[in-house]
Design a protein around this ligand. Structure first.
Ligand code: PHE
Length: 345
């Protein structure tokens, strides 16, 4: 009997120390202790050799032993049912749940690309306020108060001007930033001014009350119209590829003389004619010209010594030609179905 009791104690210790790191190890445990040929059955079988007067006491010991073995089985199984990470068999090669991440706005993608092209030409980036005084947006740019060209850009006024106080407005172009640069820096000046601008227009597929510009300014000795053309030609080739064609048309801006608008061959139909280019094969992308001597004088820059060129273009238009977006409103509606298409760009 002594021997049997010792064997029970040994098996109990073994059971207590049992661990399983996979479901199949749990099964091995079950077979070893609780299977039809398992140790519990074997030891229970010894009951027949126990003398009658000890059967009651022994019966209790064996019962407790059996319950211990069964409880351990339940404990080992539970680890897997609860998905206990330390001991379960999670398949770590399964792909995880995707966490949705934001994407860059198409206008930012295009703006960044534009900025990086001009940076390679040595242009620095300048930024300024969106709420401007009359002088930086208009006056300094050779648009005095009564100038009819102010009507070219329907302005949102924040505060009307009085005899003694300037009007405040939402800038209508980032030329206002160029004004601020000329105010604080001496030539040579070579900057681009990316930013949001506002004009009082009815919102439609083709017009919006705000849009984005990249304007540029280069002032130094001997800067010529040829430099302007070459700079802009380089820009469109980098932006759209070597195949792109350009043409300059004479134009008018109060702050440049002479002035020109630049068209490029339509990137949508390759010049064959479509809705975007109104079947001309050409699309206007920017205004430009040689900085008007009056503008230079406004900032104490000697027009006899220095010359410069300036240009300004809309980011939306460049993005339209790059991505064939034909409704300006899409850029500000924040429809994820639209925005998510720019993931991989
Ligand atoms: N400021 C002009 C506009 O907003 C663009 C421009 C900039 C034209 C510089 C010529 C020179 O339309």
């Amino acid at each position: 009997m002594e021997q049997l009791l010792q064997q029970i104690e040994a098996v109990k210790a073994e059971i207590a120390a049992s661990v399983a790191t996979t479901p199949s190890e749990v099964e091995q445990y079950r077979i070893k202790y609780l299977g039809t040929k398992g140790l519990v059955k074997q030891i229970m079988g010894e009951m027949k050799n126990v003398p009658n007067e000890q059967k009651k006491e022994f019966g209790q010991i064996l019962n407790a032993f059996k319950i211990l073995a069964e409880d351990k089985l339940v404990e080992l199984q539970a680890a897997f049912e609860q998905g206990d990470e330390a001991s379960s068999n999670i398949d770590f090669t399964l792909p995880g749940d995707a966490v949705p991440v934001g994407t860059r706005h198409p206008l930012n993608l295009v703006r960044n690309q534009m900025v990086s092209i001009f940076k390679r030409l040595g242009f620095a980036v300048a930024e300024g306020p969106e709420v401007e005084d009359d002088w930086h947006n208009f006056g300094a740019m050779n648009l005095p108060l009564d100038h009819p060209a102010r009507d070219m850009q329907d302005t949102f006024y924040v505060q009307e001007g009085t005899e003694t106080e300037s009007a405040w407005l939402l800038r209508t172009h980032t030329s206002s930033v160029q004004a601020r640069v000329m105010e604080t820096q001496k030539p040579p000046i070579r900057v681009i001014c990316p930013g949001r601008v506002y004009r009082n227009e009815t919102i439609s597929a083709r017009a919006h009350c705000f849009f984005h510009q990249v304007e540029g300014l280069y002032i130094d000795e001997n800067v010529s119209f040829a430099d302007l053309k070459q700079t802009l030609y380089f820009f469109v080739q980098e932006m759209f590829g070597k195949e792109v064609k350009v043409r300059f048309r004479p134009s008018y801006f109060p702050f440049t003389e002479p002035s020109a608008e630049m068209d490029i061959s339509c990137q949508i139909c390759s010049g064959k004619g479509c809705n975007i280019c109104k079947h001309t094969g050409w699309v206007e992308i920017l205004g430009s010209g040689m900085v008007h001597p009056k503008v230079l004088e406004n900032f104490g820059i000697d027009p006899e010594k220095y010359t410069g060129f300036a240009f300004g273009m809309g980011v939306e238009r460049i993005a339209q030609l790059k991505y064939q977006v034909n409704d300006l409103r899409l850029y500000s509606q924040n429809d994820l179905r639209f925005l998510q298409q720019f993931k991989s760009v």
